[in-house]
Design a protein around this ligand. Structure first.
Ligand code: KIV
Ligand code: ZN
Length: 400
């Protein structure tokens, strides 16, 4: 069997390891109701993700529609530095269609999924567990005959019986899978539980050392990012995520949060990604613009307020040393420099700094007077703009 193309080994907890960043904005993200993207928008997004340094771009689900097929085919042709993945159910026809879409690239990955939880096997697939094992062997084997890079996903892995899941994973590895993904499909797991699932599989599955284990977390309980990081702690070396956390229902783990958590807290989880983080805001804004999904103001990393400070105490701290209230710089994620937002919580130090920026140097008395007027205005008005401050100071100066 050819070793995994990224050269990342499972299990080891080693500073030199990279975590593979697998972006699924165009596949799971597009499954978010109302988030569809046009062909050209997908091509543009693929270029942004490639420039950003994403390792694997899941560009679509080729059997789902001609549009998805064409998008995967074009992206596979134009992107040179990232692996392009296409999703398939464990059906020969899906796999053949995916392989066809990936023909134009040396770096194509066939991603095969089938459910392994009792609930899904009984009610959705209506198959006996032994029959699922046979399908895994056949579908992964077929995919591996077409491509060297094959990912197998155990849908609803976190609600699957552990012994059965182990058997299913061993079957996929024997059939040629190079990445094993254990999705938390319904966002049900807890960080400690997810970490334990990976460490148990890494230690108990025969052939675990030949593959990369991957996380894929949904955000139904708001735990997708925490669970993904816990998965890495347990031995996963690929994280599946999406820009702005786009994805089915409450979404997937947000790429920007995962990448910055690994970068800022390398002391806790010593793994690196290849992402150039200065491209993060551009990618976030682009995805928001093409899907029409606004980014909430207080969204971590990419929200409009992520580096804005209004309280007087915070503004005072920021003026003295920005590390008092910022754990990363806005520039490091491609955001505009931090802003001290002038509002009713602002203090006199920030007000004086703002006046200086606007070109005013007031004496003590005039400053006190202008600050009092500013506070009155801020009590009445939700947003105090630079023009409001200019008008207020000019008026105070004109009156002498
Ligand atoms: O959430 C999930 O289980 C998935 C699989 C297709 C990987 O999206
Ligand atoms: Zn998913």
């Amino acid at each position: 069997m050819t070793p995994p193309s990224s050269g990342v080994s499972a299990g080891a907890f080693d500073k030199r390891d990279n975590v593979v960043i697998f972006d699924t904005t165009m596949r799971d993200g597009e499954q978010s109701p109302g988030a569809s993207m046009s062909h050209d928008e997908k091509l543009e997004l693929a270029k942004i993700l490639e420039e950003m340094g994403v390792d694997v771009i899941e560009a679509g689900f080729p059997i789902a529609s001609n549009g998805d097929f064409e998008a995967v085919r074009e992206i596979a042709k134009i992107v040179k530095n990232s692996t392009i993945a296409g999703l398939c159910r464990a059906h020969q026809v899906d796999i053949d269609r995916c392989a066809e879409a990936l023909k134009g690239t040396q770096r194509g990955r066939i991603h095969v999924v089938i459910a392994t939880s009792d609930l899904h096997m009984k009610h959705k697939l209506q198959m006996e567990p032994d029959a699922v094992i046979d399908v895994i062997a056949r579908s992964v084997g077929h995919a591996r005959n077409l491509r060297d890079d094959v990912e197998w996903s155990a849908e609803d892995a976190t609600r699957s019986d552990r012994q059965f899941l182990r058997r299913a994973i061993e079957t996929a590895i024997k059939a040629g899978a190079t990445t094993i993904n254990l999705p938390d499909t319904v966002g049900y797991t807890y960080p400690s539980e997810y970490a334990d699932l990976f460490s148990w599989m890494v230690n108990n599955v025969e052939g675990a050392d030949k593959v990369i284990f991957s996380t894929h977390c949904h955000n139904d309980l708001g735990l997708a990012v925490a669970n993904s990081l816990a998965g890495v702690q347990g031995g996963a070396r690929q994280i599946e995520c999406a820009i702005n956390g786009l994805g089915e229902r409450a979404g997937n783990a947000a790429l920007e949060e995962i990448v910055m958590a690994l970068k800022v807290r390398g002391d806790k989880l010593p793994f690196e990604t290849k992402i150039d983080t200065t491209h993060i805001t551009r990618a976030s804004r682009y995805v928001s613009a093409i899907t029409g999904f606004p980014v909430q103001y207080n969204k971590a990393i990419v929200g409009k307020n992520a580096f804005a400070h209004e309280s007087g105490i915070h503004q005072d701290g920021m003026l003295k040393n920005r590390e008092t209230y910022e754990i990363m710089t806005p520039e490091s994620v491609g955001q505009a420099p931090s802003s001290l937002v002038m509002g009713k919580h602002s203090g006199s130090h920030a007000f004086r700094a703002k006046l200086k920026d606007l070109g005013y140097e007031l004496g003590q008395n005039a400053l006190k007077e202008a600050f009092g007027r500013f506070k009155d205005l801020a009590d009445r008005k939700k947003h105090v703009y630079d023009d409001d401050i200019i008008a207020l100071v000019d008026d105070a100066l004109a009156r002498g």
